[in-house]
Write a protein that binds this ligand. Structure first.
Ligand code: S3P
Length: 425
């Protein structure tokens, strides 16, 4: 993929459905009774992996573009897959589905691509094993491929060492099949889509501070779900609108759940001209349109409680920081090392290639903004968020940028380059 400097960005863009919410709609619909109808479903490769896993367990799922019908099998109605469950590149599929599989009456095998085979699964194996689940890493390295032999589960309280919605959701989903109330406490509240959506399907979920508690064996009933646009996808346009001079864009239909909206708070703190329009609620989630204008930005510090609310947006925030005046320091974000790529390394390598002044640290990075940014060859390492962040950086850089394996954007945003091109016409 090749991109160059643009004069300005103008117009409106509608954001595809939220990835986290799309995964959950398929999973919860599959274990509910009756029909679940999903609109604005994200047609990215990750969410298609989730659909294919549940189809292999006997769930009838029909998809017409971003409209999906799930004929749920009920909490105890999944059937043994005849084949390996292929999770592709998707950490969310792997970790959430493991919680469901742990409580089934059959054995399943999970595997995915080269990246997923290096991502840590001990974080879910530990609490699941405390619940007496039988989950093994086939190679003994605490990564996929995983073998899960379903069995009756024991309810626990889990004090999670990481603020991870994937860990929390895995334990809560296993809790549906446990012999009592299951709860999870996390160090900082992570995204709460599981709690919100499982309640809508009929589960009893109680959230107090950073603890979520779930009752076992509910009757789950199919729902109509309109998936809000993904703030993690909106992030690229937000950054583009702020850094490309003479720009004014509207990003429509952006989910602004407070457990996800950290990038808005950071961009405002950096001097970004951002206005929330048409605030509303869609399927229990807060949504708005964002009006974004080019801005003169300054550095900031990003640390502590805000980190889980913007963890996927740090590559985009790093681009903002490179175009801002002054220093931006990002701390408490060691989780970046275990995402689709080691994002501390991949952000650093690629920003250096574009001429930015960046120092990686153990749990983040320090970016001294203001250095002239020029086009370069970017190695995406097949990480969709690295490819999209650097595509945006290219729009305000001097000269041409080439993104290696740029088609990895299909993981979460298949029409990304087309939407970007529409705004730059
Ligand atoms: C997700 C949770 C986050 C996020 C990922 C999606 C989810 O991961 O980075 O892209 O849908 O629950 P962690 O739970 O590992 O923080």
């Amino acid at each position: 993929m090749k991109l160059s400097n643009v004069k300005h960005l103008t117009g409106k863009v509608s954001i595809p459905g939220d990835k986290s919410i799309s995964h959950r709609a398929i999973m919860f619909g599959s274990i509910s009774n009756g029909l679940t109808e999903v609109s604005n479903f994200l047609e990215g490769a990750d969410c298609l992996s989730t659909i294919s896993c549940f189809q292999k367990m006997g769930v009838s799922i029909e998809r017409d573009n971003d409209h999906v019908l799930i004929h749920g099998n009920g909490l105890h109605g999944l059937t043994a897959p005849q084949d390996i469950l292929d999770v592709g590149n998707s950490g969310t599929t792997t970790r959430l589905i493991s919680g469901i599989l742990a409580g089934q009456s059959f054995t399943s095998h999970l595997n995915g691509d080269a990246s997923i085979q290096t991502r840590p699964m001990k974080r879910i194996m530990t609490p699941l094993q405390m619940m007496q689940a039988d989950i093994r890493s086939d190679k003994g390295n605490d990564c996929a491929p995983l073998t899960i032999t379903g069995r009756p589960l024991h309810a626990i309280h889990y004090d999670s060492p990481v603020a991870s919605a994937q860990v929390k959701s895995c334990v809560l989903l296993a809790g549906l099949y446990a012999d009592g109330q299951t709860s999870v406490t996390e160090p900082i509240l992570s995204r709460n889509h599981t709690e919100l959506m499982l309640s809508a399907f009929g589960a009893t979920v109680c959230s107090k501070g950073t603890t979520a508690t779930i009752d076992p064996d509910p009757v789950l009933t199919g729902q109509k779900i309109e998936v809000p646009g993904d703030i993690s996808s909106a992030a690229y346009f937000l950054v583009a609108g702020l850094i490309v001079p003479n720009s004014e864009i509207v990003i429509r239909n952006v989910g602004i759940n407070p457990t996800r909206d950290g990038i808005l708070r950071v961009a405002l703190a950096m001097g970004g001209d951002i206005t929330r329009l048409n605030e509303r609620t869609v399927s229990g989630e807060p949504v708005c349109d964002l009006l974004v204008r080019s801005s003169s930005l300054h550095g900031t510090t990003v640390e502590g409680e805000i980190i889980p609310t913007l963890i996927d947006e740090i590559p985009a925030i790093a681009i903002l920081a490179a175009y801002a005046d002054g220093t931006t320091t990002i701390r408490d974000a060691a989780e970046l090392k275990v995402k689709e790529s080691d994002r501390i390394q991949t952000i650093t390598e690629n920003l250096l290639a574009m001429g930015a002044d960046i120092t990686p640290t153990d749990d983040g990075m320090i970016i001294r903004g203001g250095a002239p940014i020029h086009g370069a060859t970017i190695n995406s390492y097949k990480d969709h968020r690295i490819a999209m962040s650097f595509a945006v950086a290219a729009l305000a850089a001097d000269g041409e940028t080439t993104i290696i394996d740029g088609d990895c954007v299909n993981i979460s945003y298949p029409g990304f380059y087309d939407d970007l091109a529409l705004l730059s016409r």
